[in-house]
Write a protein that binds this ligand. Structure first.
Ligand code: NAD
Length: 520
């Protein structure tokens, strides 16, 4: 193993001298297929991880169920105390874990550390929530009666997550689920197994130290088949799925067929709209970060840019100079802003999108190719999945066309020019996805329109803030084919509990509701 990788792994006490166990349900195991963790920057194989066999998965699901039946009786503030300890344990390893995210996923180090910080933040939130997951007392129409709405733990939550946020998405789910009194079983992306092993080690230490069964936060590494088995399992009361629209569509159907609960966080196709009165000194860098940050591999990455005709030339010239200043580099290096794509397959998807744009007659204002191998060789990055961030101007805006309505998970920004805000809003809303959007303006009237009934139809509707980079306080999620799920803050916790409406009669009579008389 390179020194670069072994330093990070040994700081997290992960030994790669032999295959790593990829299943945890109170004990570590895994004798199934091997999944390889491949560094997207260098192509180096970082580790070989043993996934779950079907039998190990079923055992883990059963252990998780048993753990839930015990854990649901632990008082909520005590569950909050566990989260507080998890938060402390994560904070103690923030830099090391952030570096591992960068090494294995390929995002730049500050974003890797930011992702761990997000887990710390949501764990803090869960600590507070553990004393505030209140039900309600509802006025009854019958004398001597009271109605309570009671939140109880839900059961087992299966968390299936994507490669691009290998730590934070699990953090959002675990924190709310644990505060709510559930047990969680995590099926992470098979291409980021080390992040999930490292996180589970940290959490299991805290649980075990407190005498709580480790299966309260179980882990099953594996591919599609393991994912399908979790989704189909009657042991899993709720499936929280983060990933592509294509897989989410399958997952949604399967869970619905067995009447389980499902929370879907799927793809985005996010637009930024820039009005003539926008402050370009803020808008240009924000679009640059939105489109190029994480090499365009955030669900909230800016993929479409709609510019008012009057500022389009100035905006594009400023944006182009920022693109020209980018140099691909090792994401672990503090000066790097542009890391690799996560896989070789993603490079192929990027190249097909560029071909499609070119053949449709789009102007490629910047980029449109993989990096020159000689340039990469000089910096030892020839094994990496580097592509140039691209700005393309299609011949016209037609949101029915694949160019505009498909999520390409790579740094490709398509640009259109508009004359009226209403036109730009109709383009923003005209695609199937509905995750994030952003309007740049200093005019209150535009703002009012944008956030109102005729405005943006996405779940995240920003003003003078880019499409990506959400805080944990507000509920996160999207509408339409993004799946309507909400995670993290706001009222998202209410999905992780089982609600009971309890009518209690403490009188000497038993009247029926609506004055119904059944005495004959
Ligand atoms: P993906 O859909 O390929 O995989 C997601 C997870 O599903 C992985 O754990 C995978 O192993 C598993 N899986 C694959 N096939 C399955 C099946 N048939 N049944 C059950 N599980 C299965 O997604 P990806 O490539 O890892 O991630 C990129 C996608 O995720 C993008 O579309 C991105 O927009 C989306 N995403 C959305 C959000 C959000 O919050 N809306 C956040 C991050 C990523």
């Amino acid at each position: 193993l390179s020194t670069r990788a072994s330093t990070i792994l040994s700081a997290l006490e992960i030994s790669t001298s032999k295959e790593i166990s990829g299943v945890y349900d109170g004990t570590w195991k895994g004798t199934g297929d091997i999944v390889e963790s491949v560094c997207p920057t260098t192509g180096e194989i970082l580790a070989r991880v043993q996934s779950a066999t079907p039998k190990e998965l079923q055992d883990a699901l059963e252990s998780t169920r048993e753990a839930y039946e015990l854990f649901r009786n632990v008082p909520a503030p005590r569950r909050g105390e566990l989260l507080r300890q998890i938060r402390e344990a994560l904070a103690a390893k923030r830099e090391e874990l952030g570096a591992l995210v960068s090494l294995e996923m390929g995002k730049i180090r500050t974003e890797g550390v930011g992702e761990v910080q997000e887990f710390i933040d949501i764990a803090d939130y869960g600590v507070g929530l553990s004393r505030m997951m209140n039900g309600r007392v509802v006025a009854s129409e019958r004398p001597g009666h009271s109605i309570l709405e009671v939140p109880n733990p839900l059961g087992v939550v299966g968390v299936l997550s994507a490669f691009n946020f290998p730590v934070a998405v699990y953090g959002w789910n675990l924190s709310l689920s644990l505060a709510a009194g559930n047990a969680t079983i995590w099926k992470p992306s098979p291409s980021t197994p080390l992040c999930s092993v490292a996180v589970t080690k940290i959490i299991s230490c805290v649980l075990e130290k407190n005498g709580i069964p480790g299966a309260v936060a179980g882990l099953v590494i594996g591919g599609k088949e393991i994912g399908e088995a979790v989704v189909e399992s009657e042991h899993v009361d709720m499936v929280s799925f983060t990933g592509s629209e294509a897989v989410g569509r399958q997952v949604g159907k399967v869970v619905q067929t067995r009447f389980g609960k499902v929370l879907l966080e799927l793809g985005g196709n996010n637009a930024a709209i820039v009005m003539p009165d926008a402050d370009l000194s803020l808008a240009v860098p924000a679009v640059f970060f939105g489109a190029v940050g994480t090499a365009g591999q955030r669900c909230t990455s800016t993929r479409r840019l709609y510019l008012h005709r009057s500022i389009a030339p100035e905006f594009l010239s400023k944006l182009k100079s920022l693109y020209a200043s980018l140099i691909p580099g090792d994401p672990l290096h503090p000066n790097t802003l542009l890391g690799p794509l996560h896989t070789k397959a993603a490079v192929g998807i990027y190249s097909s999108a560029i071909e499609r744009l070119k053949s449709s007659g789009a102007e490629i204002l910047f980029g449109g190719n993989v990096y020159d191998q000689d340039l990469l060789r000089k910096t030892g990055l020839e094994g990496g999945n580097f592509v140039t961030p691209t700005i393309a101007i299609p011949t016209k805006v037609n949101v029915k066309d694949d160019i505009w309505r498909t999520e390409t998970f790579a740094p490709v920004l398509t640009v259109g020019v508009f004359d009226e805000l209403e036109e730009a809003i109709s383009w923003n809303n005209g695609v199937p996805q509905g995750l994030s959007s952003s309007l740049w303006t200093r005019d209150l009237r535009n703002l009012g329109k944008w956030i109102g009934p005729e405005g943006s139809d996405t779940g995240i509707v920003n003003v003078n803030v880019g499409t990506s980079g959400a805080e944990i306080g507000a509920a996160f999620g999207g509408n339409k084919t993004t799946g309507w799920g909400r995670e993290s803050g706001g009222d998202a916790w209410k999905q992780y509990v089982r609600w009971s409406a309890c009518t209690i009669n403490f009188s000497d009579a038993a009247p029926l509701a609506q004055g119904v008389d059944f005495s004959g």
